[in-house]
Design a protein around this ligand. Structure first.
Ligand SMILES: [Zn+2]
Length: 394
């Protein structure tokens, strides 16, 4: 059930998604509010009332997070940064661009406003990052104000609002911790970027601070658990893990953008490809091509015309007995926009197409003519080489 996004609402042009895992969190939050938080804030109410308050508090928490991310998104859009939408999730993978299996480390994310570009200037990053915490402080003010006004006539609503006021202050406070990629870390990065005039250096420094901070939180968690504070310790530990891996991943993404943006796929494509005819029997294809060349995919070409692509993956879905009767044409995937790209396409866009389509290789085609193939692995090998060479130069 994890990793499934459900669109729940549309807020002035932004789609808000909920990861299926968020439903688990919503249930946990409602339960802990009804069972311990509200009875502690105001003892002596009927049990059912605490559950109503719990549901109200959970919905309020959800809206608070949406408003926080919404503020980021609106300011980002005003500064020309394209946004994909807002996703709320826990334990989701952020391997948006990657086709490889997600890392074993679990991620903990309450919400992310998904950016498609890096901010164009330090000023735009600063404004975008600070907008979320400012919104949370404003929402906290409204909640506290409401709590005061309603304290007499509607005590139950007032208590719920007071809780939401605290949560929004906490949300602003936690996010302003200067650990990239949290908002505070982004603010720090924008300042470093402005001072050093290099996005790469600024990201590097902020991500080191971010991952050290994550390590610190993990240690606090471990110490808390050892001294008997299990629940608090567990939260510190999880948040620390999240901050740490997010800091490291963000730096990698910046490098990936920097090295691959503006590079046409023609630079990385493999021209050394083996094509197969469509009328070839599958058993012959396996014997004479797959076991001989060891490639994972083969373009299907007939009389110089590109018809499609046949992959080892597709063969797995066909029972072996049928390999002697079926041909490559039966197993191939025809050429279309999901597996073919022009040689001038930006490599970063090719990567994101691979991620969206769940494909690890694409055909590079110009005017119906096959030029080559590009694979996720080739791009990542180039990227790793480039990082290794760049890092060795002080
Ligand atoms: Zn934020």
């Amino acid at each position: 059930m994890f990793g499934r996004k459900i669109k729940i609402l549309r807020l002035s042009g932004f789609d808000v998604y909920v990861d299926a895992s968020w439903l688990v969190l919503a249930a946990l939050v409602t339960w802990s509010l009804a069972d311990s938080v509200f009875p502690m804030m105001r003892p002596g109410l009927p049990k059912a009332t605490y559950w109503y308050m719990g549901v109200g508090g959970a919905i309020g928490l959800f809206l608070s997070i949406v408003l926080h991310e919404f503020a980021h998104s609106v300011i980002a859009r005003a500064n020309g940064i394209r946004m994909r939408g807002i996703t709320l999730f826990i334990f989701g993978g952020v391997a948006e661009m990657m086709d490889e299996p997600p890392t074993p480390e679990s991620e903990f994310k309450m919400a992310i406003a998904e950016m498609m570009d890096e901010p164009p200037t330090p000023e735009s990053e600063f404004k975008m990052a600070i907008a979320g915490p400012i919104m949370s402080v404003l929402v906290a003010g409204v909640c506290y104000g409401g709590a005061v006004v309603l304290s007499d006539p509607m005590e139950v609503v007032s208590i719920t609002l007071r809780y939401l006021g605290q949560i929004n202050l906490l949300l602003a406070g936690f996010n302003m911790v200067p650990a990239f990629p949290l908002d505070g870390g982004r603010v720090l990065r924008s300042i470093l970027w402005k001072v050093q005039n290099s996005l790469k250096k600024a990201t590097h420094v902020s991500s080191i601070i971010g991952s050290s901070f994550g390590l610190f939180m993990i240690l606090v968690g471990v110490v808390s658990i050892l001294t008997g504070h299990f629940v608090a310790g567990f939260w510190w530990f999880l948040l620390g893990m999240f901050v740490r891996s997010a800091a490291q991943q963000s730096y990698e993404q910046v490098l990936l953008r920097q090295y691959l943006q503006g590079e046409p796929v023609a630079r990385f494509m493999n021209r050394n490809i083996v094509t197969v005819p469509p009328d070839l029997r599958l058993d012959e294809f396996v014997q004479n091509y797959v076991y001989y060349h060891h490639f994972k995919a083969y373009p299907v070409v007939s009389e110089g015309r590109l018809l499609g692509i046949v992959s080892v993956e597709a063969l797995r879905g066909i029972p072996k007995e049928q390999w002697t009767t079926l041909t490559v044409a039966d197993a191939m995937e025809p050429c279309d926009g999901t597996n073919s790209i022009p040689p001038t396409l930006d490599t970063l866009q090719a990567l994101s197409l691979m991620a969206r389509q769940g494909k690890s290789r694409l055909l590079v085609v110009e005017n119906g003519e096959l030029l080559g193939m590009i694979s996720f692995r080739d791009i990542m090998e180039f990227f790793n080489l480039k990082v290794a060479l760049d890092e060795s130069i002080p």
